[in-house]
Design a protein around this ligand. Structure first.
Ligand code: UD1
Length: 355
């Protein structure tokens, strides 16, 4: 089946009934998104092995299976893991993800997000891995002229982060076309929120993402925050983004894997809710949930930021039968803020809530 073509959904439910379990390698599984996916997959009974160099992640956030500390660019290590654990599915999260940093240090981004992805893809093909789920980003669309982006919106990244991910997408498509491996590329919009059980969360040091930064300001972990740009052509002049709860995103990974296991063809899918919030709206919500008055300054635009990015995620809903559970800003901010409070109170040890 060609990607994005007329699609017939395989019978996922029969796959569920068979309870076939996968052996999954999660790269970057000690990080924010990977750790939430690892938790979900472990709970669903899959065998998970995490490969993470712990440069950003936390060993304690790996709740399922074994953690191997190492790099995705280490071909010998990756090949050994794929063989030893009879891996049928690779989920590749390990990447650098900070847009401003990618502008300052582009080659760092092309090394990790593109070159190391190439190594991983090659090892996966050579090992006969059948399924590859790739973490991509809305940043591949750059600054689109339409208010809603679907997967056919032209890709035109405006920062090296987006470009590094787009190149990896293309390598993966080409490698899959030339082998028996199939892929689901998930283009994340703005991921936020934390595990509603409160076991893990977004523990990222030196955070730059809006909701995380605002929650840090609310608990006093930083003095305040700046709004980057008030003159965008948006409803209130500040940037508009489609914030998706990390657990709904995790579920998209699980469904993507099941879809491929049931014989589905390769896909590229936007992950968002189809509704955007402005920076001002997000900050209002953080103020409301925390009951704190945030110290906000209004500054110039940040380089590399488009005015508005909102997902048309109808393909994700149609192809994977994805039904988001946490699709409102209040829940996203509540879970993000609850985790930030735990961090502030010293109730998180090595990325995991202390019991
Ligand atoms: C970017 C990527 C996104 C990626 C994410 C991962 C783009 C367009 N998007 O998200 O695909 O998944 O990084 O790191 O490249 N803001 C402030 N003050 C702050 C922080 C942010 O005003 O202190 C504003 C930004 O200008 C933007 C919005 O908040 O309008 C969201 O920014 P942020 O949370 O940093 O995420 P993106 O840059 O949108």
């Amino acid at each position: 089946m060609t990607e994005g073509g007329e699609f017939i959904r395989p019978i996922i439910s029969s796959r569920r009934e068979q309870q076939l379990m996968s052996n999954i390698l999660i790269t970057g599984g000690a990080g924010y998104i990977g750790s939430h996916v690892g938790k979900l997959l472990g709970r669903a009974g899959h065998r998970v092995v995490t490969l993470d160099n712990l440069s950003k992640g936390y060993a304690g956030a790996v709740l399922s299976g074994e953690l191997v500390v190492g790099d995705t660019g280490d071909a010998a290590l990756v090949s050994r893991l794929l063989a030893r654990h009879a891996i049928d599915t690779v989920m590749h999260f390990a990447a650098w993800t900070i847009v401003p940093e990618s502008l300052a240090q582009p080659l760092k981004y092309y090394q990790n997000n593109t070159s190391n992805a190439r190594t991983l893809i090659e090892c996966a093909v050579d090992a006969g891995v059948r399924q590859f789920i790739f973490s991509s980003t809305a940043a591949v669309y750059g600054s689109p002229s339409t208010s809603l982006c679907d997967e056919n919106t032209a890709t035109a990244p405006i920062n090296p982060y987006g470009a590094s991910k787009l190149m990896a997408e293309q390598m993966l498509r080409d490698a899959c076309a030339a082998s028996t491996m199939r892929h689901v590329i998930l283009r994340y919009f703005n991921v936020a929120g934390s595990d509603p059980d409160g076991e893990i969360g977004q523990s990222t040091r030196e955070a730059t993402l809006l909701i995380k930064v605002a929650c840090e300001a609310a608990v006093g972990a930083r003095p305040g925050l700046a709004v980057f740009g008030t003159d965008y052509p948006t409803r209130d002049g500040t940037g508009v983004r489609d914030y998706i709860h990390v657990c709904d995103l995790a579920e998209a990974h699980r469904l993507g894997m099941e879809y491929l296991a049931a014989g589905g063809g390769s896909q590229t899918l936007n992950c968002g809710y189809g509704h955007g919030y402005s920076v001002r709206e997000v900050l209002e919500m953080v103020g409301k949930i925390s009951g704190r008055t945030l110290d906000i300054t209004y500054g110039p635009r940040r380089a590399g930021d488009p005015p508005e990015l909102v997902a048309d995620s109808s393909r994700l809903q149609r192809v994977l039968d994805w039904r988001p559970q946490y699709a409102n800003l209040q829940t996203i901010v509540e879970t993000a803020y609850a985790w930030q409070c735990k961090l502030a109170e010293g109730r998180v040890v090595d990325g995991r809530a202390a019991s």
